[in-house]
Design a protein around this ligand. Structure first.
Ligand SMILES: Nc1ncnc2c1ncn2[C@@H]1O[C@H](COP(=O)(O)OP(=O)(O)OP(=O)(O)O)[C@@H](O)[C@H]1O
Length: 514
């Protein structure tokens, strides 16, 4: 595998939540929370997930249209997060963004020709005639007429405007385009045309593309690989058809289950998504999806099917959030319209019904806990109910999050984090000469080398917190070879080793299936 054009590692964007005139920080919106992905030259990566899961923020932070809170964005061997303003201007020429609503990115007083030519002017193409030729050629390639040059945005349809948006993004001959919901504002009839155009442009310009969409049909149409985002995290990355045929993460399965599919064999299969995405300012612990996950793992102490387990957990979650409306249950249960006189058994039954909890659970221990909680609720003791349910129904998913690990082997999450640390360090030095690489390595390993007397394999492992040896044989071989290449000053060869063994293409989730 060749080295990717874009290697995003641990990218994080938190927005502070402030209060009062002094704007004291009282919390953080964890919009993007440590995501990693790669995009090869000429490749199209889809970024999918429900509304609010952080896709647009991820795009803006990747292109440094907003400052990331943490993480690295390595683009063509350089760390974009280190760039000064000048380097950023150069980067923005090579990495462009296309927005959902092209109208907002146009100045209504500028003609189409002027709008498309503007980036050329900004980036120093002074020759007017040359600008005109480039613009005419691009308009032609995006399927517009040369005569459209003199028209204004308000004279164009949505589809035509998106074509102009693409022409404008292409005008500086970028290597990467990030398209944020490029067709969701368009009529369905025009969407296919624009997707087809994106596909053709990508091929003829050899572009790397990141296509952001909440619509799985869109990504299936144009993407080589797909990364699935949930609540600020990437839960699964896989080649497109593999993802659709064999989704590994329960969130991906639920997302696919909620999308209408053309294939009649798959219609109605799988689980669907219910409820809203929780707030990113207070994400659930463990696997963030566990509060909605139809496949949440039952505690081994109980013998309940997954649907009942989900119902019990929904009940537990709602009680803990003080979200059970007991008065409404009393009203529902009251035979003679007097909630105060409602039969307590009927109130308990009404609450069970609301959450889909069976009248009697087959597992005695679970039934006892639910019955106790219902007794407390009926006695208006919400805290008592919450304590009982919190103690009785833990799930492994509250403690452990699905861990992205390379399909190459069973490395644990700490080892994987160390490998990625080494990979990013190497990726930003691939073009450096041998002496520079060795010099940088010496500095990186200064503490460990002091102890060891020289920079050797052990010092490098210690500096990057890599186990010695890594338990998985394939991973150990790749890392060992990469370290040897580094010690010889050959960062390029080290990067090749690491991408070959641990490249984003084969990155799959998750321990839940294992
Ligand atoms: N400037 C901001 N300040 C505070 N919170 C923000 C800001 N921008 C985004 N967010 C929050 O971050 C989370 C992720 O938003 P983002 O727009 O990235 O999601 P998305 O997946 O692109 O959703 P959509 O498809 O609706 O655009 C949301 O909860 C959003 O409210």
């Amino acid at each position: 595998m060749t080295r990717p054009l874009l290697d995003v590692e641990g990218l994080t964007k938190h927005y502070p939540v402030t209060e009062g005139v002094l704007r004291k920080e009282v919390g953080r919106v964890r919009a993007v929370d440590g995501i990693s992905f790669t995009v090869d030259r000429g490749e199209t990566l889809g970024l999918v997930g429900e509304s609010g899961c952080g896709k647009s923020t991820a795009a803006r932070a990747t292109l440094r249209l907003e400052e990331p809170t943490d993480g690295h964005v390595v683009f063509d061997g350089e760390d974009v997060t280190d760039y000064d303003n000048r380097a950023l201007t150069r980067f923005r020429r090579r990495a462009q963004m296309v927005f959902q609503d092209p109208t907002s990115s146009f100045d209504p007083r500028m003609s189409i020709g002027e709008s498309v030519a503007e980036p050329l002017q900004i980036h120093g193409v002074r020759d007017r005639e040359r600008r005109r030729r480039i613009v005419a050629d691009l308009l032609d390639r995006v399927g517009l007429d040369a005569a459209d040059v003199d028209r204004y945005p308000h004279e164009l349809s949505g589809g035509q405007k998106q074509r102009v948006g693409l022409a404008r993004a292409l005008v500086c001959n970028p290597d990467l385009i990030v398209a944020d919901e490029p067709v969701s504002a368009l009529d369905v009839s025009v969407q296919a045309d624009i997707l087809d155009l994106i596909d053709r442009l990508q091929q003829s310009f050899g572009l790397a593309l990141v296509v952001i969409s909440h619509d799985l049909g869109v990504v299936r149409e144009v993407c080589d690989r797909v990364a699935v985002m949930y609540l600020g995290e990437i839960v699964e990355t896989a080649p497109t058809e593999e993802l659709f045929e064999d989704p590994r993460h329960p969130y991906t399965r639920a997302l696919l289950g909620s999308t209408p599919v053309a294939d009649p064999r798959r219609r109605g299969q799988g689980t669907t998504l219910t409820g809203d995405v929780p707030s990113p300012s207070d994400p659930p612990p463990g696997c963030r999806f566990h509060t909605r996950c139809p496949e949440v793992i039952p505690d081994e102490d109980y013998d309940l099917d997954s649907e009942t387990w989900r119902a019990v957990l929904d009940f537990r979650l709602r009680v803990l959030a003080d979200g059970v409306d007991i008065e409404a249950a009393r009203t529902y249960a009251a035979a003679d319209d007097d909630p105060a006189a409602a039969d307590p058994d009927a109130v308990r039954a009404a609450i069970r019904e609301e959450f889909g909890v069976p009248a009697t659970l087959s597992d005695g221990k679970a039934e006892a806990a639910v019955a106790d909680a219902l007794d407390s609720l009926v006695a208006d003791d919400v805290d008592g109910a919450a304590d009982r349910l919190a103690d009785a129904f833990p799930t492994v998913c509250r403690r452990e999050r699905p861990d992205l690990a390379p399909a190459t082997g069973a490395v644990d999450s700490e080892t994987w984090a160390a490998i990625k640390r080494l990979r990013v360090w190497v990726a930003t030095r691939v073009d450096a000469g041998e002496a520079t690489v060795r010099d940088h390595l010496e500095r990186r390993c200064a503490n460990e080398a002091d102890r060891a007397g020289e920079v050797d394999r052990l010092a490098v492992r210690a500096a990057f917190r890599l186990p010695d040896p890594i338990s998985d044989g394939d991973a150990e071989r790749a890392v060992g070879d990469a370290i040897d290449a580094l010690l010889a000053g050959q960062a390029g060869a080290a990067a090749d080793e690491l991408y070959e063994a641990f490249g984003g293409v084969r990155e799959r989730a998750c321990h839940l299936e294992d």
